[in-house]
Each structure stands twice: as C-alpha cells, then as structure tokens.
Design a protein around this ligand. Structure first.
Ligand SMILES: Cc1ncc(COP(=O)(O)O)c(C=O)c1O
Length: 402
C-alpha cells in the first residue's frame, strides 16, 4: 500500500463544526435506542410552510430545473431587495447589489474568499457563531476575538471594538440577534459601534439571519439603517433558513456594494455554478408571503423562550439571561464547574455538557465551542413538551452533582 498523501496544510488550523459534532453524537446515541433530547441544533423544528412547499412543486413542474444565473434569478433578487427595504428603513438595495448563495454560511464563505488576504485581521466578538473564525482561517486571514461580557448582555462595547482595531483590521463580523447568545444590539448600540468604525476603514459584515426572530418589545435594527453613511462598507448577510424554517433548502444572500457582489459571483461561478433552481423559486414564494405562518412560528419561539429561561433559572447553579432574539438560551454554568458527577470532576463546560448527555440524555453545546467557557447553549427550537421534559431531566441531573 502506498503512503497516504496528506491533506492540505491550510486545514491544520481549522476545526470541524462543534455544533454539528454534538448533533452527530446525539444522533448516534439515538441510533443505539437511547432516548436523547437534542437541544443542540440550530434549526426550527417546524416544517417549511405549506405554501412554500407547494410553490417548489409547481416550480419543478413548470421547468425551473436548469442552471440559473450564478448570482441567482432576478425575481428572487428583486424579492429580497423589496423585503429588505421594508425591514430596513431608509436603506435600499438594487438586485445588482445582491448575490444569492447556497445558504448564509456559503455567503459568508464567499465573502471570506473575496475580501480577506493572507495576514488580514477579522474582528469577531465572542461568544461567536462557530463558523466565523474557521472561515476566516480557511481564507488565510486571522480571526481576532473580541471578548464581551455577560454583564454587558454579550454585546461588544465601543471601547472593546476600538481596542481591537489595528492597521491590519480588514473586517468586523457582527451577528445580531446572535447565535449563540440570542443577544441583539439596539439602534443606539449599533450607532455607537458605527462611530468607532467610521474612524477606520474596514468592512462591517452583519449577519442578520435571525433578524426576524426577535421578542417582547425589542426593536430589531440593522447597522445599515442607523449608519447609512457607511453603506458602502456594510455587507448584510441573510437567508431563508431560520425565518421560514427552510434550513435544508440552502438559500442565503448578501446585500452590499456591487463590486463585492461581482467578486462573490466570480467565486461562486467557479464553485457551485448557482444555488438550486427549485430552492430559489421556493424562496421567491417565501418572501412574497403570506407571512402569517412565520409570525406563528415567531410567537411559538417567544413562548418557549419564557419556559426555557424560567426553567433554567429555577435550577440551582444555573443562571440565564433573557435573550432578545434567535432561539437559543445561553446559560451560565460556572457554579457547577468543579462539582462531581458520573464518577468524575466536571472541570469544564465541555465536561458538563458531556455529563448532561450521559446522565440527563440531553444534548447541549458547550460554550467553549463559541469562545465562551463556562456556558452552554440550549436551543429552544423544540416543542414545549420536549423543553419541559428536558428541563426536568437537567434539573434532576444537576441535583445529583456532588
Ligand atoms: C449566525 C448564523 N449565521 C449563518 C447561519 C447559516 O445559515 P444557512 O442555513 O443560511 O447557511 C447560521 C446557521 O446556523 C447561523 O446561526
């Protein structure tokens, strides 16, 4: 047998997705017949609304089965721009300023390849979505993690941003509402960050994939709305996955300067040719509405948010703030680190998540995966019954810790 040929060196610094790994472990246990409740996934538990599925079926029958323009069909880009203009007051984009990709993750990957050179620094507030730093590394650039604190609601302060900027700063990636914390920036907070960014010249990439999943009286704002003067440096990333329960369809997009869309289109044309023709038609239907099914899902998430946060805070040793959006509770478990369970000392949040999986048969993602040791992320994209059952199991397992 010949010697194995090594994979590319660029992969040496890149980690596989931690959230995908936890979900995989939960699936393995389930396959063994173990009744695991998975709170680790980042996708709505709802089916894609019927009118969207019907539109996709119609699209297949009417021949939307061929290659499309690399950046996506015009009618989808038009629909994206129209919905964006309604949601982001005072900022409008033309279809030429939009590229549709195979999910927002792919959009961000295109942007990483299009914008970052070797040695560039990309600012990423922690806790961060797991793919941001890895994509930056894959592009040969360096992620610079900016710590936030629970006391500041996990939002990056203008001072922390200012302190992290160097002449090598090429971009800042903001996620609001955030995965994993559910924290979101108010208009004033975004304005204060924009004031700092305005003193420098780097890209502001805003991931607004959870922008329509906000709760209570929180008012979702885009930095593009509050800092229109920075529009030529702002890139909005969005998609259908979370809002429309369309994770498997793989449609996401960017809105930004035309020359950046051309760069992303060039990359995409050599990588995927185009996003799925059928999924694009489904996304057109999704954006055209009716929006009632999405509002129902949003309300369901809001109700679950209350159940999970109250339930977590009722467990001795766990505390959890009320997230403004998305569908994640980010619970502080620092008080439980150092306790003994399952025959060993829980030294880290990773050990604690492992203990919950084995003892409570509940899968949660350790905060370390998001650059935030001492926390766990619990997705509440699950039924009320499952959330209640999970809380009971977690409470029981934590009660057993010595
Ligand atoms: C913050 C954030 N951005 C982007 C994505 C990717 O979404 P998509 O399914 O559109 O690739 C996710 C999915 O988990 C996410 O949580």
């Amino acid at each position: 047998m010949s010697e194995s040929i090594p994979v590319a060196e660029r992969l040496s610094a890149v980690k596989p997705s931690a959230t995908v790994a936890v979900a995989q472990r939960a699936r393995e246990l389930k396959a063994q017949g173990i009744d695991v409740l998975s709170f680790s996934v980042g996708e709505p538990d709802f089916d894609t609304p019927k009118y969207i599925r019907e539109a996709a079926k119609k699209a297949i029958d009417s021949g939307a089965t061929r290659y499309t323009a690399a950046r996506g069909v015009p009618e989808l880009r038009e629909a994206i721009c129209e919905v964006s203009a309604k949601r982001r007051v005072g900022v409008s984009y033309k279809p030429a300023e939009c590229v549709v990709s195979v999910g927002a993750k792919h959009t961000l990957f295109n942007l990483a390849l299009a914008l970052y050179d070797e040695g560039d620094e990309v600012l990423i507030p922690a806790p961060y979505w797991v793919s941001y730093p890895e994509q930056v590394r894959l592009a040969g650039a360096n992620p610079v993690i900016v710590q936030t604190s629970e006391a500041d609601g996990f939002n990056m302060t203008p001072d922390a941003l200012r302190a992290a900027i160097t002449p090598k700063t090429k971009a800042l990636i903001l996620c609001s509402p955030s995965n994993p914390t559910g924290a979101a920036y108010s208009g004033e907070e975004l304005r204060a960050l924009a004031d700092v960014a305005a003193e420098h010249n780097f890209w502001i990439i805003v991931d607004e994939i959870y922008g329509q999943l906000v709760y209570g009286d929180f008012e979702q704002k885009s930095i593009a709305e509050v800092a229109p003067e920075l529009k030529d440096r702002i890139i909005i990333v969005d998609g259908v996955s979370k809002t429309f329960a369309m994770t498997g369809w793989r449609i996401g997009w960017m809105l930004g300067p035309e020359y950046v869309t051309k760069a992303c289109e060039k990359i995409q044309s050599q990588a995927t040719t185009n996003p799925s023709s059928v999924a694009q038609q489904a996304a057109v239907a999704a954006l055209r509405g009716p929006w009632e099914p999405m509002e129902e899902m949003r309300q369901a998430f809001e109700a679950r948010r209350g159940i999970i946060v109250d339930g977590l805070n009722a467990i001795d040793g766990i505390s959890c703030g009320m997230p403004a959006g998305a569908f994640y509770a980010f619970a502080n478990v620092k008080a439980l680190i150092g306790r003994r369970g399952g025959g060993k000392t829980l030294e880290t949040d990773i050990d604690f998540a492992g203990y919950l999986l084995e003892e409570a048969r509940c899968a949660v993602v350790p905060g370390t995966a998001f650059g935030a040791p001492g926390y766990v992320r619990i997705s509440y994209a699950a039924s009320n019954e499952m959330i209640r059952e999970g809380l009971n199991r977690m409470s029981e397992a934590v009660g057993k810790l010595e």
